[in-house]
Design a protein around this ligand. Structure first.
Ligand SMILES: NC(=O)c1ccc[n+]([C@@H]2O[C@H](COP(=O)([O-])OP(=O)(O)OC[C@H]3O[C@@H](n4cnc5c(N)ncnc54)[C@H](O)[C@@H]3O)[C@@H](O)[C@H]2O)c1
Ligand SMILES: [Zn+2]
Length: 343
């Protein structure tokens, strides 16, 4: 089962009437409290009473300490299992809120209201909730679907430009793995700001939603969503650049591998380099340690028997999962992506 995507206040009100919660909890971080909560209240929660929880912005809040504080407040406030937990924020807040709600008293209903591009098109969709533990990402968590995901691109108006561009990488990825027409639409739009329309956000979210629906257990087609992320995650871990920048680099590198291994044409490869690095050029120096990157890829949990496996594309819009790639080609792909970066 996947969660419905809600598109407007009419659909939202219908769901709220159906759920008839005993109380409402809204979790924000301090940024979404300032930038998103006023609009959210006036558009979606007018006149409703609610308990407000707010945490510091940033990945550090995805912690057991933070979860414990939130559970404590829920207990103090005598929240019961018929209450509704709403997470209003980026991926940090929906991951944390989903974790707290899905474990409190063995699970209470929750709704995600993502406020970043990455949240709307990626993090809030799929039912993975969790926190980091002992310095490692997403070590503790649950898989439980929210009752719904409310997607309103209006929240993006206040999102910093770099966050916007970073999130846009996930949308480009969705087009590359699943929808050639969408790719054309994305690359032909005015990219002066990369501000995106509600339609683009909804379409991107619905691609992830459709893929999840076909593979709840994460053993098959869901792996197509890793495109750009095998190289991307290792670059992110090694250099500490942002996820979005690392994924931009990863998409270009893995498109090169797709060109060498699964028939992605030279023209398509060129096109991808132009569009991706045109939107976001990673802040990487040319002396990236390829050996270390490959070690990180080999130790990734998704790789069995010491091989590096990739989710690639055979054309724009067509994914090809579970490809084993020779190490030399991986090394060439890193040199290629470095050479294509606009410095
Ligand atoms: N559960 C999943 O399947 C999944 C998938 C991908 C990523 N994630 C997780 O998502 C997290 C990253 O998400 P993110 O990039 O949204 O980060 P984030 O939640 O940290 O948000 C980025 C920054 O933008 C601010 N912000 C959020 N919305 C805003 C708005 N509308 N206006 C102004 N500022 C705003 C936040 O306060 C924060 O400072 C990571 O922890 C990652 O592990 C989860
Ligand atoms: Zn990503």
């Amino acid at each position: 089962m996947t969660s419905p995507l809600l598109h407007n206040s009419g659909e939202w009100n219908t769901l709220l009437d159906e759920l008839a919660p005993s109380s409402i909890i809204v979790l924000t971080d301090h940024n979404t409290e300032n930038h998103c909560l006023p609009y959210f209240l006036s558009t979606y929660l007018e006149g409703e009473e609610f308990i407000h929880l707010s945490v510091l912005p940033g990945e550090e809040s995805k912690s057991t300490a933070c979860a414990e504080e939130l559970w404590s407040v829920l207990l103090e406030e005598e929240v019961d299992r018929k209450a509704l937990f709403i997470s209003l924020g980026g991926g940090v807040i929906t991951d944390l809120g989903g974790f707290v709600a899905s474990t409190f008293k063995r699970g209470m209903p929750f709704i995600h209201v993502p406020t970043t591009h990455l949240g709307m098109t990626d993090a809030a969709i799929g039912g993975k909730n969790g926190v980091n533990f002992q310095g490692l990402k997403n070590q503790l968590g649950t898989i439980r679907q929210p009752k719904a995901i409310l997607i309103d691109a209006k929240f993006l108006d206040t999102l910093p430009e770099l966050e916007r561009r970073a999130g846009f990488m996930e949308t480009l990825k969705h087009a590359l793995i699943a929808d050639a027409a969408f790719w054309k639409n994305l690359k032909n739009r005015d990219d002066s700001t990369r501000a995106v329309s509600n339609e683009i956000i909804h379409h991107s979210a619905s691609i992830k939603q459709r893929i999840i629906a076909q593979d709840q257990d994460d053993f098959g087609i869901r792996q197509s969503l890793n495109f750009g992320h095998t190289v991307g995650h290792s670059v992110e871990a090694l250099t500490g650049i942002s996820h979005g920048e690392a994924v931009a680099f990863g998409i270009v590198a893995e498109s090169f591998i797709s060109n060498r291994q699964c028939g992605l044409s030279d023209d398509e490869l060129d096109d991808i380099c132009q569009v991706v690095f045109g939107c976001l050029t990673p802040s990487l120096s040319a002396d990236l340690d390829t050996e270390a990157l490959i070690q990180l890829m080999k130790s990734d949990k998704k790789n069995e028997y010491g091989e590096v496996r990739f989710s690639l594309i055979s054309n724009i819009g067509k994914s090809n999962i579970g490809e084993t790639v020779p190490i030399e080609v991986v090394a060439q792909s890193i040199a290629f992506a470095l050479s294509k970066m606009k410095r």
